[in-house]
Design a protein around this ligand. Structure first.
Ligand SMILES: [Zn+2]
Length: 407
């Protein structure tokens, strides 16, 4: 199956996160941290479906989870040298993925900006919300590469960053992007092939196609399915996934016909997916990123925005209840809406809390084949089961044994 071929760079080391009532764990780090951390007294959700462990002791050493035991039996396992975090009243879940972000607004000069400035911004936008892995679906490539290099070297504490190179249809410069911005357009299958090869050569982790470009009052400009297919073929030959920004039905249909792996948005202005689209998405194992809170930012009229959000939620529900794979994503960094609470609230109109947690953890790690992440293996006043917004209240974010955010 095509999905089985998709691969992103493999990393070693565990990454935990703790949220105000919550601590998240996953395995991501590039540079394992030689410190022993012990989180004592938390309620631990090993996975979205597993029975949680109450009052647990979790020990992280050299960036990996060494022990997860009930308190009492576990106490003696905590080495004397460990940094002990009092996790009473908190819960622990795997590190979150945000599968749709941008390093666009306020991220210029990542190569030269002071490390502390970048760290603060990464915390405000990502790590304080529990993200330990993010997909940059389009920003200035050289700039994000510089940021990623500084994070990977350990200089700047931050999440693991995956990047997709962008491709626009001919004359499809979306109205919401500055006109002076140079956008890579693919007018023919040959041009798409060449551009995709270039992205693979740069070490990017995927490709994102604007199969529908929003032109304001003028009609949406769509990318031909033959062009989509050419780009997909190159990316898949390199075991990399392809995202699509669909915008409308044609954009969805051309993306599916060309074999893209992920729809990076719902299409709320269309009202709903067609039955044929839902069937094909299911059949091709296409993943969907809802970006519901984004729809509050695209129109000024509040009633119109609420209508878009509800249409997006209905589309999410139709695909999710049909067995489709959902990946969490917000488009943050294009928007300045950093708080994830509203996205959880909107998603909860279509799915339960444990399925939302899966969209943040196990779904992306399985989909992108980082099989060692997204679970915790080997807080009781607050719990995501009682209020889904608690997933946005982060006390600690820990990546590879290193605390990259603390409240
Ligand atoms: Zn975006």
């Amino acid at each position: 199956m095509r999905r089985a071929r998709l691969r992103v760079k493999s990393h070693t080391g565990f990454v935990p996160i703790v949220v105000a009532f919550l601590l998240l764990l996953s395995r991501v780090a590039s540079a394992a941290h030689h410190e022993v951390l012990a989180c004592v007294g938390a309620k631990v959700y090993p996975s979205p479906t597993a029975v949680p462990l109450e009052d647990a002791v979790l020990v992280i050493e050299d960036g990996k989870i060494q022990a997860l035991t009930p308190r009492g039996g576990g106490h003696r396992d905590v080495p004397g040298s460990a940094v002990k975090l009092d996790c009473t009243g908190k819960f622990v879940v795997a590190g979150f993925w945000n599968s749709h972000v941008h390093f666009e607004n306020g991220w210029a000069h990542a190569a030269t900006a002071p490390a502390s400035e970048l760290e603060t911004h990464l915390q405000e936008m990502l790590t304080r919300w529990g993200f330990t892995t993010v997909w940059d679906l389009g920003s200035e490539t050289g700039n994000t590469l510089a940021l990623r290099a500084r994070v990977d070297s350990g200089e700047v504490p931050g999440p693991r960053i995956l990047m997709a190179g962008n491709m626009f249809p001919k004359n499809g410069h979306p109205v919401y992007l500055p006109p002076e911005m140079q956008l890579p357009e693919a007018a023919t299958p040959g041009a798409a092939r060449q551009l995709a090869e270039r992205y693979m050569g740069l070490g990017l982790d995927g490709v994102k196609l604007f199969t529908g470009a929003y032109m304001g009052a003028r009609p949406v400009i769509n990318m031909d399915s033959a062009i989509v297919q050419a780009a997909v073929k190159v990316a898949h030959a390199h075991d990399k996934p392809v995202f699509a920004h669909p915008q409308n039905h044609i954009g969805v249909d051309n993306a599916l016909a060309g074999g893209v792996d992920i729809l990076a948005h719902t299409i709320p202005t269309e009202g709903s997916f067609t039955e044929a689209e839902l069937q094909r998405m299911k059949q091709q194992h296409t993943a969907l990123i809802p970006t519901l809170s984004l729809w509050t930012t695209v129109v000024e009229d509040r009633a119109a925005a609420a209508g878009l959000v509800q249409a997006g939620a209905n589309e999410l529900k139709s695909y999710f209840s049909n067995g489709g794979t959902i990946l969490f994503g917000t488009d943050v960094g294009f928007t300045t809406k950093y708080d994830t609470g509203q996205e959880y609230e909107f998603m909860a109109r279509a799915m339960g809390w444990s399925d939302i947690l899966a969209s943040l953890t196990t779904n992306p790690s399985r989909f992108f084949e980082a099989a060692t992440k997204g679970r915790i293996e080997k807080g009781m006043d607050a719990d995501p089961a009682t209020d889904v917004r608690n997933l946005s209240k982060v006390a600690y974010t820990i990546r590879g044994g290193r605390i990259i955010y603390r409240e």
